[in-house]
Structures are given as structure tokens and as C-alpha cells.
Ligand binder design. Sequence first.
Ligand SMILES: [Zn+2]
Length: 600
Amino acid sequence: MPEMTKVAWDLSDLFGGIDDPAIDKALDDSLARAKAFAERYRGAIDSDNLTAGTLLEAIEELEDMAIPLSKVASYVAQVFFADTSKPEHGALMQHVQERQTEVALELIFFELELMAAKPEIIDRLVRDPVLANYKHFIHASRLFRDHKLPEGEEKILEEKANTGGRAFERLFEESLSALEFKITLDGQEQTLSEPEVLALLRDPKREVRKAAAGSLTQGLVANSRLLTFIFNTLVYDKSIDDRLRRYEYPEQPRNTSNELDRETVETVMDTCVEGYELVARYYRVKRQALGYDKLYHYDRYAPLFESKEEYSFDQAKGIVLESFGRFSSEMSNAAGEFFNKNWIDAEPRKAKRGGAFCISTTPDLHPYVLLSYLNRKEDIMTLAHELGHGVHYSLASRQTLFNFGSVLPIAELASTFGEMLVFQSLVSKSNLEEKLALYAEKIEGIFATVFRQAAMYKFEQELHRGRRELGELTTEQIGEMWQRNIQTMFKDSVELGEEHANWWMYVNHFVESPFYVYAYSFGELLVMALYSMYLREGESFVPRYIELLKTGGACSPEELLGRVGIDIRDPEFWRGGVKVLEGLVADFEKLHAEWKQQRQ
Ligand SMILES: [Zn+2]
């Protein structure tokens, strides 16, 4: 059994410690600079006399000011996440947030003036080559121009949101965390939280999963009046906002912030729906592998085998670098730096934040990765995922700060791709049973991201339109929409029992970020489509892909992909992604047939 890794990150490139005087100096300087900036540019941006030179100077100064502030913010967050138990870490983060707000308040005029500036002036200025680097930034800053209300009305909406929409979101969060799920396991009655009961839906024992499903249902049903009311209220609240802000359809604000047009989003979602057949194909084989007559909603995530194999952190490092390197040395070199220069915090520690993330800091520095490496196979995938993000940021570091990060649908470009490379490499090293388990995990993971999110999107569309046309919806009406849309995805391969009709009630995306879910399908299918290009084109694809990463967030998704010859409006491109999934399902079918034969 390999020992737990002791690998921890070195944050000295940022600051020397939480009492480093450079932290407060950076905050003081930022505030002084922000005040000087406001003095100089207030009234000059939304002005008929604005020149390209002035706008350039202002944006460059703003970007330059944001760099030290980003470093402070990254640093205090990293220190806090590495050890959340120390009160001084939380206090420092709070202190920095408050001081950042002070700076932000000084600068908010810029955003507002840039948004308000006359289109005929801005359109002329952005054609000036001096602004070439900030064309996208200016465009993105003005996306919501047509949906802003007069300042007085904006202020009222903002203030009233605290007792309106935001209050209901908080009520949802608090009600959900207070929910109790009673369950009897091994003759003992227990009370579980929502994450605990959801985790039991992946238990190898069927009776445990079935009991967990029953417990989840009971807990939700006991609160269905409250949760239904919260859903109705927030969906109605959004429809009021949308009407006041002159949106033509419910998905429009989300599409606008994702910089995607309606046709493109619908093309991607339709392609997902076309691919539902794969879900049924996969679950039919899974049913046989599990030896069941029928699959129910509580069997979806049943593990095929219990895996006990362990991998040391060094082994994981070897696997990730080798898989990345087989694709591109530029990618493996960029990932290698994370290990050589101590930019990874992998050690499992008490009071360390759960989950994993990659934090970008600023283009002139380097990103960091945090995870708790527990020697399991899935931890290798997590490492590959986060290092994919890391490589993306490293390669995009030639961009300036405002062009560095990506919008949501593009943000998983390298992480999901990196996982795919590592998956292929793990498969090549595994025996038949391990391969089957690896495929099942990978396929279920991709399905949950691509198809399930698409089915949830279809549900959400009905929910918002239903509320507008029918008025307040009952628990049963919402349940019917939910059940039908999810069942359509499974066709006859999985029977969703009656109780599943209540499982929309705990999905916080529906409450907090309407239509957020489709970005998951979009991002994952995009990577699969790119992966299919790699399989078809081989070596010649590599430099084009690397170019995508290097571009960071310097342009919209459509322009970014257009630069490497991809038309995101073309359904054929997206079908390429579904083809990759079909390949995975076909491989799984073959492996299963072999496995069955071996056991006879
Ligand atoms: Zn990610």
C-alpha cells in the first residue's frame, strides 16, 4: 500500500506569509491608484470626445491595477482553503474582501460609462488598431447594454432583491441543509444530510441504494410545499426581471453572458437529444453486467466492481505526464512545472477544503492546483483535470489579464481533454475487469455531464414557460415535467419509479442560476468533438489545439473556435462529439462480451 503523499504547495511567489506587510501595501496602493483613476477618467468614457488612445490608456491602467489585487485575493483564498480551521485565515480573507470592495466602488463608474457609451462612438473606436487587444473586453463589457434600466430603477431592484429573489435563494439553501433524511441501515435508524444520502445512491449494495432513494424521497416530500413555493416564486421573479429588462425569452440572459446565440445553444441541445439512444444502449449492457432483470432509478450509479487498487502520487504524476506528453510535449512540459516548482497542494490534511480546483492568479505569475490525493484511481483523474486547467492558464499567460480567463462553456477545454488522455492511458494498463469498471465510470461521468444536463435544460425550459402560461405550478405538475424529461433520456433502459418524480427539488442550479446547466453539456461535448478531430487528424490537430489554449479568453467562443476552422453552428461538428461517446459505448459492449465469455 503506498503511503499518503506529503506534497504541499509553496506560496512564496505570492507573499511571504499572512503577516507579510506587502499585502496591506498592495491594498493601500490599489485604493490610491483607484481614486486617482476615478479623478482622471470620470465623465471621460461616456463622452463624445472619447478617443481610442484615452480608452486604451484607461483599460491598461485598470488592468495593471487589477494585477496586485488579484494576487492578494488568490493568496488569501489559497491560505484559507489549505487550512480553514484557523480563525486568522478567515479573518484575513474577510479583511481583503472588504478592502477590495472599497477599491471596486471607486472603479464602478468605468464599467457603467463604458456600457452607456454611444454605439456609434464605440463602434468607430474599436476599429482603431490600438484597441485590437481589448476589442473583446469592450464588447463583453457592453453585452447587457440594451437590458440595463435607468440608475434609479436599478438601485431599487438591487435593494429589493435582498428581501425578494436573494432571500428565497437563501431560504432554499438553508432549508435544504436543514433537511433530515432518515434511513435504517443494518437494523439501525440513522439521520443523514443531503450529501450523505446522495452518496449512498452509489453504494455497491442494492438494498442500501434502494433505502437511500426512499429516504431522499421522504425527506423531500415532507418539505414539498415549501420547496414548490420557492421554485414558483423564483421562476416568477425571473419572469418579472426578464420583462422589465426587455428580454425576449427566458434563456436569453444566460446565452448573453455565455456569449452564445440562441441557435447555437439549441443546435447543441438538439444534438444531445439525438444522442439519448446511447444512454439506453449503455444501460442495457450495464443491467446485464449487474445481473439484474430491470434497472430502477436507484441502480443508475451502482458500481460494477469494488476497486481496491492504489496508486502513489508519484505514479499518478508519471501517468499524467506521460499521457499529456504523448499528445504534446508543450502540454507535458507545462504540467511538469507544477510538480518541479511546487505549485500543487496534494496532501490530504484535516481542515483542508474538500474537492479540487486550479487557481489562475495572474498571467505574469503561474497557477496553483489544490486537491486531496487519496491514492485512488479517481484521484489520478482529478489531478489530470486540474492540471489541464493549469496548463490552459500557463499557455494563455501571453494574454493580458482581461483576456486570460475563459467564459464558462470554454473553461473546461483543457481539463476534460486532459482527463480523456489519461483515461486512454489507464485503460491500456488495466486488466479486463478494471477496464470494464474504468469505462463504466467514464461513460457515466460523461453522460451525467452531456445528456443529463441537456435533459435538465429541457425540463427548465418547460418549467419557465409553464409558469408563464399556467400560473403557479403544483408539485405534481413540476414533477410530471421532470419525470418525463429524464425518462425520455433513458428510454426503456431504466425505470424511474414514482418517487423519482420528486427529485427536482434539491437541484440548486434551477434555483440559483437558471439555465446554467447547458454550459456543462456544451463544454463536455465540445471537448469530445475536438477529441474526435484529434483521432481523425492525428499530429496536425495538436498545434491547432495548443493555439486554442494559448488564446485564453481573448475572444468569444464562436470566434475562438472559428480561428481553428470550427463552425459552432454546424450540427456535424457536435455530432463528432457524440460519435466519440458512441465509440466508448461500443468498446464497453465489446469488453462486456469478452468478460461474459471468460466467466462461462
Ligand atoms: Zn474543471
